[in-house]
Design a protein around this ligand. Structure first.
Ligand code: ADP
Length: 712
């Protein structure tokens, strides 16, 4: 099939206008791997696994599958590996809305996702969200004709992999005819993934731009073609010298490091290099972007980011808000930001090519080993893949840094010459299997042992092993059975925080004492027994679950995101992650309570809603209205509007005052609550309502949508 030349115009079934749209974007002739995918029938409903290097046009393969599926009257789902990528992908696919293709993002909130997503043609969601929607029986899932799994090699990831694997297995069990398109980085055994998904394999190493790989040792950059390049450095560290060398050639660099803190520190230091290379126009524009970053969020992290961006340097990690992230990515693509220091997720999903990629840290802390462990070849190759902008750079250059001659050899062997590892299912990792089986049973997805086995057979795990050992973990059941009184929110948060699905918040120094004290103070609220203080490991685990539970309680008590971030030493992205995980676990708990005829259903539901909206009990009604969110709900409440019914009847000037005179917002809210006459023409904001809420004015970021996980 190699050498077949396929043009977009040759593909039948694309919605009207789409071929021209692609042409305007400079996409006319398909890249060779794309051509192979079309030959394999990806535009005709056939399942395909595309194992292709980063930045070689995988997204287009997915788009061809989804758009043709939709044009034939179907519905497509695009599964992203990271929450951070959902809004980015949605924005990408929204370009097709002008051709009649509706795009939506699942917020993972069943109540608000149920109906309106049924109207969409393409839905973007993380596998966790799809999993929760399937579990809740969202109707539209049955209508899907095409599912795309982005970064499918992540089934190998022990944290995220099992959910992705189980989700794909469930979707395929629900619909035997479902077209499955899986996009993968180049891996050692893409054929196994294709076999699992009954798909045709497109396996290619083709890249749109030449890639040179190498290792810097001292002043010599050793490249894989045998050549050497001199990188001049005085007292500079290797990374700074490489960044400066790229700058003298008017190129930009991406630096990969192993932790958020290191990304922030590197960005600060590299700013001292880049600032000397900015002209006055660039300085002005960077100052504006820095101001936008400060506006987007008022955390310390944003301030640090803005300070670095002013100098032409930035950091990028999952702790940043999606607004800040988008600002950084755009500024980098516009060549204003000259260097980004990032943690590995950037390599995976975000399309930010640069002249040079520097992999500064090739080891990172691994909890399983209890120390530093080398990165996978696959990960490093994905970082390499971001080097070189097709059409702009002559070639891309990917560089590792060695500190000794031995390390120079080692890095060549380990990463430059090496092939990526094969992908292995991580479903067998015991906590994952336990939780997924529990959830599968709890959701009624499999009622009998036979059904459970038939479901498990559809996993990659089953195709890679011939022995399944289902074990049932009854943490939640035990906890609920143990309750004598109506459980409190904290008790329930703690119960779900103890399950293996909620990754731990580490106890920092001093935490052990603080949380032990709290444990005794609120002893009566916990479900199940507290481990003995002398059983060190069990007690530590229990306390770190308590720390998570406290974070959730703070969130559900309307504490500011910033304050929470500071109190627990986490980023906004982490808070979001905890909140969403708690939501679906509480959902599972509610179902379990129902199955077991326990009377705690309403208490669990209330705790779930509080965590979903981030509010106290009295705001639950109001906060559920779209576009209201936790902050506005509180202000409306303080202005005397305590329920949806109140909001439908309320004096419009009071509503306008409570949302600080934001007319469009007020109208949207009134519309969403079902008010007959939402129009606010001529209405003046009530000053008392405005003033009574002015105290926390700084907390209004303009969007007012503080309900986490809301990507709309
Ligand atoms: P991947 O998903 O494989 O990492 P992307 O889909 O992000 O790669 O593609 C990288 C870039 O290549 C995008 O900017 C995209 O617009 C461009 N591109 C993809 N296919 C073609 C094509 N056939 N012709 C020209 N440019 C293309």
């Amino acid at each position: 099939m190699v050498g077949v030349s396929v043009e977009i115009a040759d593909i039948p079934d694309l919605p009207d206008g789409v071929p021209e749209h692609f042409r305007e974007q400079g996409i006319e002739e398909l890249y060779p791997p794309q051509g192979e995918a079309v030959e394999a029938g990806v535009a005709e409903g056939e399942s395909v696994v595309a194992s292709v290097p980063t930045a070689s046009g995988k997204t287009l393969i997915a788009e061809l599958a989804m758009l043709t599926s939709v044009a034939r009257g179907g519905k497509a789902l695009y599964i992203v590996p990271l929450r951070a990528l959902a809004s980015e992908k949605k924005a990408e696919f929204e370009e097709f809305e002008q051709y009649g293709v509706d795009v939506g993002v699942s917020t993972g909130n069943y109540d608000s996702d149920g109906d309106w997503l049924a109207q969409k043609d393409i839905i973007v969601a993380t596998s966790e969200k799809v999993d929760s929607l399937v579990r809740n029986g969202a109707q539209w899932v049955d209508d899907l004709t095409c599912v795309v799994a982005d970064e499918v090699h992540l089934v190998d990831d022990s944290n995220r992999g099992p959910t992705l694997e189980v989700t794909l297995a469930k979707l395929r069990k629900l619909n035997d005819q479902l077209q499955t398109v899986a996009l993968s980085a180049t891996v050692g055994n893409a054929d196994a993934i294709a076999e699992w998904l009954d798909a045709t394999l497109v396996d290619s190493t083709w890249r749109p731009i030449d890639l040179r790989k190498g290792v810097l040792y001292g002043q010599a950059l050793h490249l894989d073609d045998g050549s050497k390049k001199q990188i001049s450095r005085g007292n500079e560290k290797a990374t700074a010298a490489l960044v400066e060398d790229t700058l003298t050639d008017e190129g930009s660099s991406l630096v990969f490091v192993n932790s958020r803190r290191n990304a922030e520190a590197a960005a600060r230091r590299l700013g001292d290099v880049t600032r000397d290379y900015l002209d006055s126009e660039e300085q002005d524009r960077l100052r504006e972007i820095a101001a936008d970053i400060r506006d987007a969020s008022d955390t310390q992290t944003s301030d640090d980011l803005a300070d670095a961006v002013e100098k032409g340097s930035a950091f990028h990690h999952a702790g940043l808000s999606s607004d800040s992230r988008a600002l950084v990515e755009d500024a980098f693509r516009d060549r204003l930001v000259k260097v980004i220091s990032a943690t590995p997720p950037l390599a995976a999903g975000v399309n930010t090519p640069s002249r040079r990629v520097i992999v500064r840290d090739w080891r990172r802390y691994d909890g399983d080993v209890g120390g530093m462990a080398p990165l996978d070849v696959l990960e490093v190759h994905q970082m390499f893949g971001r080097a070189g902008r097709p059409g702009l750079d002559p070639y891309g250059e990917a560089v590792l840094i060695a500190n000794s001659h031995d390390e120079l050899d080692e890095l060549f062997d380990r990463y430059v010459w090496a092939d990526p590892e094969p992908v292995r299912s991580k479903l067998a990792a015991e906590p994952a299997l336990r939780t997924h089986i529990l959830a599968t049973v709890a959701s009624g997805f499999a009622d009998t042992e036979d059904e459970l086995v038939s479901f498990l057979e559809r996993t990659l795990y089953a195709t890679q092993t011939d022995y399944v050992d289902p074990m049932s973990a009854a943490e939640i059941i035990d906890g609920l059975r143990d309750a004598d009184d109506r459980p409190t929110a904290l008790g329930l948060f703690h119960l779900v925080a103890r399950t293996p699905d909620m990754y731990e918040l580490y106890l920092r120094s001093g935490d052990r004492a603080d949380y032990t004290e709290l444990a005794y103070e609120r002893e009566t609220e916990f479900l199940g027994s507290m481990p003995s203080e002398f059983d060190d490991n069990a007690f530590e685990d229990w306390l770190s679950a308590l720390k998570t539970a406290r974070l959730l309680e703070d969130w559900a008590s309307e504490l500011d995101e910033d304050a929470i971030a500071e109190r627990y030493g986490v980023g906004p992205g982490d808070i979001r992650g905890k909140v969403e995980t708690a939501e679906w676990l509480l959902n599972a708990a509610e179902r379990l309570a129902g199955e077991l005829d326990l009377e705690w259903g309403p208490a669990i539901r209330e705790a779930r809603k509080r965590v979903e909206y981030g509010v106290e009990e009295e705001l639950l009604d109001l906060a559920g209205v779209r576009n209201v969110g936790r902050k506005r709900a509180r202000r409306l409440y303080e202005a005397g509007i305590e329920s949806r019914a109140d909001l439908r009847e309320a004096d419009k000037s009071v509503v306008l005052g409570a949302v600080r005179g934001r007319r469009k917002t007020a109208e949207t809210i009134l519309e969403n609550v079902g008010r007959k006459d939402p129009d606010l023409t001529g209405v003046e904001a009530d000053e008392t309502a405005e003033a009574s809420t002015a105290a926390d004015a700084s907390a209004d970021d303009g969007s007012g949508q503080q309900s986490l996980g809301d990507f709309e």
